[in-house]
Design a protein around this ligand. Structure first.
Ligand code: PXL
Length: 277
């Protein structure tokens, strides 16, 4: 069985980060170790959230694992809290990486042209240091603009997407994948660039005109899992994009329609089936 380590916060309520990554990766048949970077009462879109930083625990926990000889096939990082924490996470990757370890970075820090409440531009630039050592990084357009210093555009052409992908590859990411990319009316998906082979790849499906919190974490968890399972890049994108779209569609059926996250629990059986294909 493949084993992944995922490093991100636990938001106790409000489906995102570890409460999404752990069930999704487990359901994909991947042993999932977690390293919680902070415990929050809710994600940061709620007002008045509490946050206990766990940065001082990261080194003792990972030192223990190292002493036990524990290894990982992949390391997947998500929402992190502070610039110091990014440095600690870079050291942890260094500690556990060997030539076959897949390092997957979701530089979760913003959406719709804006950074989340906890972050500023300095933090955004620091996240580029983490993307620099990633095999795969999957920012959305907002995050890619902050990481590269290129302007954020709401309306764009394929050339702009390619420009962002080249700039991410220049930072050092081997295969950047830009999420939330729409290249045709009514479509959305992701486009990636394999810098080593100088090849682009893309997957688009029908756009559901409603956005929900936490869908980036769902997409990243499935995408990271698909790569760990050895799926080729287009199949991995399809698996992640279709699961995210199906989950949004499922959530829209819910009369209570939770604004704080999607009903991914209901679509996990579909994911389990889709992996077999
Ligand atoms: O979904 C990304 C995310 C993860 N963790 C926390 C967040 C967010 C987005 O707002 O606030 C704590």
């Amino acid at each position: 069985m493949k084993r992944i380590l995922t490093i991100q916060d636990i938001s106790c309520f409000g489906k995102c980060s570890l409460t999404v990554a752990l069930p999704i990766l487990s359901s994909m048949g991947i042993e999932t170790a977690i390293l919680p970077t902070a415990v929050l009462s809710t994600h940061t879109l709620f007002k008045g959230f509490t946050c206990k930083d766990l940065s001082d625990q990261l080194k003792p926990i990972t030192d223990h694992w190292k002493n036990e000889g524990i290894t990982f096939d992949a390391i997947y990082t998500g929402y992190l809290g502070t610039e110091e924490e990014i440095d600690t996470v870079i050291n942890i990757i260094d500690m556990f990486r060997d030539k076959d370890t897949l390092v997957f970075v979701d530089p979760a820090m913003g959406d719709n042209g804006k950074l989340y409440a906890a972050f500023n531009e300095h933090y955004a630039k620091k996240n580029a240091d983490l993307c620099a050592i990633a095999d795969i990084a999957d920012p959305n357009i907002t995050e890619a603009a902050y990481l590269t210093g290129l302007p954020y555009k709401e309306e764009y052409t394929e050339d702009y997407v390619k420009e962002l992908l080249f700039a991410l590859a220049d930072i050092g990411t081997k295969t950047p994948i830009l999420t939330g990319v729409s290249l045709a009316e009514g479509k959305t998906g992701a486009m990636g660039y394999d810098a080593g082979k100088n090849e682009f790849f893309i997957y688009q499906n029908d756009r559901i005109p409603k956005s929900y919190h936490g869908t980036g974490d769902i997409f990243s968890s499935v995408l990271a899992g698909a790569f760990v399972l050895g799926k080729d890049r287009t199949s991995a994108l399809k698996l992640a994009a279709d699961y995210t779209a199906n989950t949004i569609a499922e959530t829209l059926k819910d009369p209570k329609d939770p604004w704080y996250g999607v009903n991914f629990e209901a679509t996990i059986p579909q994911l389990v089936e889709a992996i077999k294909k």
